[in-house]
Design a protein around this ligand. Structure first.
Ligand code: FES
Length: 138
């Protein structure tokens, strides 16, 4: 029996394609290279809020659809700027036709203004007292 989260079947992931998995937070993306290798990274680019699953897979890299940073699918490291920080990579296991991902326990490298849904709101995201509606008194 495989460990990890079953994210899709191999048939759901044609070579050169990617799949966004939003059941986890932050979401991950699963990629299949033209050579048939399967990799998993955090889906959110570390530069800004863009989905790497919407990017382009070429050899063993994915190019961000927004500003063309490239990330190594094997390690998550940055291959081309403007992103400066890599994305987390997650081990993948193939069991028959099923693709399993073991989620990394490392902290994600999310871009400014983006947080995992389980995080508490950052203080800067809370409305300032002057932004709150005035209370009417009876
Ligand atoms: S959002 Fe990915 S490179 Fe800018």
């Amino acid at each position: 029996m495989s460990e990890g989260l079953r994210v899709c079947g191999l048939a759901d992931l044609p070579p050169g394609e990617a799949l966004r998995v939003a059941e986890v937070s932050p979401p991950i993306a699963v990629f299949r290279t033209e050579d048939g290798e399967v990799f998993a990274l955090d889906d959110t680019c570390t530069h800004q809020d863009a989905s790497l699953a919407d990017g382009w897979v070429e050899d063993c890299t994915v190019e961000c659809p927004l500003h063309a940073s490239r990330f190594d699918l094997r390690t998550g490291e940055v291959d081309a700027p403007p992103a400066k920080r890599g994305v987390r990579s997650h081990p993948v296991t193939i069991d028959g036709d099923d693709v399993y991902v073991t989620l990394s326990e490392a902290a994600p490298n999310l871009p400014p203004g983006v947080r995992a849904s389980s995080d508490f709101p950052a203080p800067s995201d809370q409305p300032a007292p002057s932004d709150q509606p005035a209370r009417s008194t009876p």
